[in-house]
Design a protein around this ligand. Structure first.
Ligand SMILES: [Zn+2]
Ligand SMILES: [Zn+2]
Length: 410
């Protein structure tokens, strides 16, 4: 069977997360995005574990609520600030792992994503002991990722490098970028949302499609390890240009720089603040190949722009967090079952019967890859623009003096 899984989220017990990141809301929102399985995140936190325990137990490592399945996972930050993702086979391995790192962490009970005063090798050693999967989270980002502080898997995980079976690509990279690095060819690539809010522009903005025999932790583990016929069959994610750290840019004024220019300026922006190295530049710096070479097992990567973002542009709103965008999103998802159906599968003629010409045209433009993306960098997301917005939209000038305009649907 084929399933969609978002294997990296954060609960309301992590820093800077929405209060709505409770198990009930996540379990109801996931199917509307088209996702069958969500990794819980934050499972070392007692408060979050209590919520997870409220779900129906499918087996020792799989839980269920409102038809959404959950598997146990967490992210931890090591002493070098590298983020690691961990997947647990059952609750007792969660407890055992916690016991092993307890004396080396000051915020285990206060932060869903704890800091641990250990290195990658030490963490991997404990993980291996307890049959926990471990790998780098958002591996190429400039603040808290493996390749920000290390030059290779070996440099991060030492002699345990062979125990690593996956890396998470992060929003600013995709398979075409990551497969430029030879040491990653043997690994499974995970594409996850790392969301802090259940809003449809965040939850499952990236996910994995796996071939499995059942919707359980053990089956997903086999898919990550690519054994017994289980495997990832698709990575789905934002166009990497939409990610916050795609290009090298200033963290304060967001001016973008080429790698050469940034190096010449010693990573100092004209405004005086720091320039952070973009994922594109970091990968090119480390690449072993000029042209990407994919290993045979690598699945296709599909670039998805969240439907709410497409609607936002089509109806001329400034952000996707408005009542208008929500209403239009709800209308489409209700009619066709899930966001992924609307974006990819449903006939555009059927979509046009449910929504406005402007939204239909915008979805069509997305499918034909005509949406324009202004790359992100320095912590600022990339921005999308629709081609020829004048075609289906009426420009209404509100305050001609300060050139503020809104775009209205016909
Ligand atoms: Zn992280
Ligand atoms: Zn600047």
């Amino acid at each position: 069977m084929i399933i969609n899984a978002d294997l990296h989220i954060h609960s309301r017990f992590s820093g800077a997360t929405s209060e709505k990141m409770n198990i009930e809301t996540i379990s109801k929102e996931a199917p509307r995005k088209g996702v069958d399985v969500v990794a819980t995140g934050d499972c070392l936190h007692s408060g979050w574990l209590k919520e997870i325990r409220q779900c129906k137990v499918v087996d020792h490592g799989t839980f269920e609520l409102n038809n959404t399945r959950f598997i146990l996972s967490t992210e931890v930050e090591d002493q070098k600030r590298v983020h690691h993702l961990l997947y647990f086979s059952n609750l007792s391995s969660v407890i055992d792992f916690k016991e092993r790192i307890k004396s080396r962490s000051k915020n285990l009970e206060t932060d869903g994503r704890p800091n641990v005063a250990m290195g990658g090798e030490e963490l991997a050693e404990i993980a291996k002991d307890l049959d926990i999967l471990i790998g780098p989270a958002h591996a190429f980002t400039p603040w808290t990722a493996m390749y920000a502080y290390h030059t290779s898997l070996k440099d991060c995980y030492g002699d345990l490098d062979n125990y690593i079976s996956f890396i998470e690509l992060g929003l600013s990279a995709d398979t075409n970028f990551a497969d430029k690095i030879q040491e990653l060819h043997r690994l499974t690539f995970l594409t996850n949302s790392d969301c802090h809010s259940p809003h449809p522009v965040r939850l499952a903005r990236e996910f994995n499609r796996f071939e499995v025999k059942d919707i359980t932790y053990e089956e997903i583990k086999k898919a990550i390890l690519r054994i017994n016929g289980n495997k990832p069959i698709l990575n789905v994610g934002l166009p990497p240009q939409e990610g916050k750290y795609h290009e090298s840019a200033c963290i304060s004024c967001f001016t973008h720089y080429s790698l050469e220019e940034a190096q010449r300026r010693r990573w100092k922006c004209a405004c005086g603040k720091r320039i952070k190295k973009g994922v594109k530049d970091r990968i090119n710096e480390m690449s072993d190949y000029k042209e990407t070479i994919h290993p045979d097992h690598r699945p296709q990567y599909i670039h998805l722009i969240p439907l709410a973002e497409i609607i936002t542009k089509a109806v001329g709103q400034r952000t996707p967090f408005t009542a208008t965008v929500k209403a239009r999103w709800e209308q489409l998802v209700k009619a066709f079952g899930s966001e992924i159906n609307v974006l990819i599968d449903v006939d555009i003629k059927d979509i046009s019967k449910v929504t406005s010409p402007a939204i239909t045209e915008a979805i069509q433009a997305f499918r034909e890859k005509r949406v324009i993306i202004k790359p992100g960098g320095g912590g600022q997301y990339g921005q999308i623009e629709l081609p020829n917005p004048g075609n289906n939209l009426l420009r209404v000038s509100m305050k001609p003096k300060d050139k503020q305009t809104i775009l209205t649907d016909y």
